[in-house]
Design a protein around this ligand. Structure first.
Ligand SMILES: [Zn+2]
Length: 78
């Protein structure tokens, strides 16, 4: 896939992979797992296609039941 340029390092070589990502939807944090993404071969920065981003938005706005609920520990950088 070489239509993308890594926003982090400027590299244009990517490998297909899966990522987990937290989204903040109107103050509610939602973790989406196993998102198909392209990972920068140099710095591992993930890039999501527009279609994938739209699909995530659809999932999060559709009020479907989450596959699981987790509690998480939050730390302040200090
Ligand atoms: Zn990169």
């Amino acid at each position: 896939m070489k239509d993308f340029i890594c926003s982090n390092c400027g590299n244009n070589n990517f490998s297909e992979g899966k990522i987990d990502k937290v989204f903040n939807i109107e103050g509610k944090l939602c973790l989406v797992e196993n998102i198909p993404a392209f990972l920068c071969n140099r710095c591992q920065e993930p890039i999501l296609t527009i279609e994938t981003t739209e699909h995530i938005r659809f999932i999060l706005k559709s009020n479907q039941k989450p596959s699981k609920i987790v509690t998480t520990q939050v730390y302040e950088f200090s």
